[in-house]
Ligand binder design. Structure first.
Ligand SMILES: NC(=O)c1ccc[n+]([C@@H]2O[C@H](COP(=O)([O-])OP(=O)(O)OC[C@H]3O[C@@H](n4cnc5c(N)ncnc54)[C@H](O)[C@@H]3O)[C@@H](O)[C@H]2O)c1
Length: 500
């Protein structure tokens, strides 16, 4: 049995990868700071005895060192992701995507020099080709970025530096690095909150909202199912001949974004309309998109005889089916008992159980583990005016999601007094209120659930009582009940015609 470290394992692709590795018998160490990922993504494998969960950042050198020390292989997926997010946060993009990769590679290199071979997979992106005008991109093609005044290119550049780092360690130390350039990976659990096109289209079609297509909709993309991509990643990483190589990974079946919107309408049976929106209105006047993005998969096919199982219709159907199933289970869970069904994830189970619960409830764990409150004598609390007491309880719950940060080697789980701010992200990085509305029926980015709760807590008493009835963060926060509200028009704005 191998021990595999997956960075970004609570993300969209990382969670599918984690499931596949567990299914084939590996022990999996997942590290994620939940900046764009969600603990709920790991709900299918909760309770798995070979899963260990570490909530933390790979910018933390001590954490990285101790995790790499235990790992036989490393799959590095943690990154700032999503062109929309990247355009807004170029500094964070470079900080998140470059220095942590070097830190991981340095730790792997130290282990390698001590005689332990560790395979290292880097999740790179088709964005590294920039706006290369070729019809189909092969791994040896030039990288053609736009001007540095256009922030969106920082993502591709940061991943290109990651690739240089990997190849440098290959050349200078002989590390077994494998680089995969993903092309528009889609499937269940992908969130539309950061500009990914398919989940946004499906969500809009299902809720009767217009599907917002950017520009003229003639941009060409190729969409691959996450299951096909994850299978390819594992097979490539395991193969000794892949060391030091770069592979395009995805689909090479092109479709225009307008056609994608039409197919989504057809397959959902929706009567939503398709609307066109300029990049200027959707983003800003400097936004620059890539018209055509098609990989040459020859190298991948030769290496692992790559044959994807899903075509575009099957992909869309899968996303629709899983979104429906998820909506039903979220509403059922919320309507009955939001806490039911939350079980302990073994390994470092207690922290993940708490994290799952906090994500679901949008508030802290049960009273027993709450800091401060147990120390306050009951008699003293009884003396406080009723109204004030309730107010403090709500805002306390909103501000503090008591997810104990697991420490490496700390099997004792959370300690009294451990506190994690409900949202560590700068305000500018959190999904907007309308984005949270747009996620009705799907889990909120958990770090924002408490913030959402706060917005309820400060709202009318009717909404406060709805929130108290069931505090599943985004699901209830603006409905005052269980029926989905009409999202503000603004929520349709991003409907991006690209996915990173
Ligand atoms: N989805 C795509 O189409 C696509 C395309 C090209 C490349 N990629 C690459 O694949 C990888 C996974 O992407 P995804 O689509 O699953 O996105 P995602 O946002 O769902 O996953 C990224 C994960 O990394 C975590 N993370 C970010 N910074 C971290 C840090 N400092 N420490 C710990 N965790 C951190 C996030 O919380 C998130 O869970 C990324 O490296 C991305 O660049 C994805």
């Amino acid at each position: 049995m191998k021990t595999i470290l997956v960075t970004g394992g609570a993300g969209f692709i990382g969670s599918h990868l984690t499931e596949s590795l567990l299914a084939r018998g590996d022990r999996v160490l997942v590290v994620d700071d939940l900046s764009t990922g969600r603990v709920d993504n790991l709900a299918n494998v909760r309770g798995h005895e070979r899963l260990e969960w570490f909530e933390g950042s790979i910018t933390d050198a001590g954490l990285v060192e101790s995790l790499v020390a235990r790992a036989d292989d490393v799959y590095h997926l943690a990154a700032a992701v999503g062109v929309a997010l990247i355009a807004k946060e170029p500094i964070a993009t470079i900080e998140r995507n470059v220095a942590p990769t070097q830190q991981l590679l340095a730790a792997v290199d130290r282990k390698h020099r001590a005689g332990h071979a560790v395979r290292f997979f880097l999740a790179s992106t088709s964005e590294v080709y920039g706006k290369n005008p070729k019809g189909q991109w092969t791994e040896e093609d030039d990288l053609v970025f736009g001007a540095t005044t256009r922030a969106r290119w920082s993502y591709g550049c940061s991943k290109a530096i990651d690739e240089f780092l990997c190849l440098g360690y290959r050349r200078q130390s002989g590390l077994a690095v494998v680089i995969g350039r993903f092309f528009n990976v889609v499937g269940p659990r992908q969130t539309g909150a950061y500009g990914m096109v398919l989940p946004r289209f499906v969500q809009a079609a299902r809720s009767g909202q217009p599907l917002m297509v950017h520009d003229d909709g003639q941009q060409i993309r190729c969409f691959a199912h996450v299951a096909d991509v994850v299978g390819a990643v594992i097979r490539l990483t395991e193969r000794p001949e892949s060391a030091g190589e770069i592979y395009n990974i995805g689909s090479d079946l092109p479709v225009s974004i307008h056609e994608l919107a039409r197919r989504v309408l057809e397959r959902t049976g929706s009567r939503s309309e398709i609307r066109f929106q300029s990049y200027h209105d959707a983003y800003d006047k400097d936004f620059e998109d890539i018209r055509r993005r098609i990989p040459d998969l020859g190298k991948l096919r030769r290496a692992i005889d790559y044959r994807p199982r899903y075509d575009l219709n099957a992909i869309i159907d899968d996303v629709i089916a899983t979104t429906r199933a998820h909506d039903k289970s979220t509403v059922r869970r919320t309507a009955t008992d939001p806490g039911r069904g939350v079980r302990t994830i073994r390994g470092h189970g207690v922290p993940l159980r708490l994290a799952l619960r906090a994500a679901r409830h949008g508030r802290g764990p049960p009273k027993a583990s709450r800091p401060n409150r147990p120390n306050q004598p009951e008699a003293k609390r009884r003396h406080q005016p009723r109204q004030r007491q309730r107010h403090r309880t709500n805002s306390e719950a909103a501000r503090t999601t008591e997810v104990a940060r697991p420490r490496v080697g700390d099997d004792a789980g959370p300690r009294r007094g451990d506190r994690l701010s409900s949202c560590d992200r700068p305000r500018s990085q959190r999904p907007s209120r309308s984005d949270r509305f747009a996620q009705i029926g799907s889990p909120a980015p958990n770090c924002c659930a408490a913030a959402a709760y706060l917005s309820v807590a400060s709202g009318s008493s009717a909404r406060r009582s709805a929130a108290r009835r069931s505090s599943d963060g985004c699901v209830l926060m603006n409905s005052g009940g269980l029926s989905p509200p009409t999202p503000p028009n603004r929520s349709q704005k991003p409907g991006a015609s690209f996915g990173s």
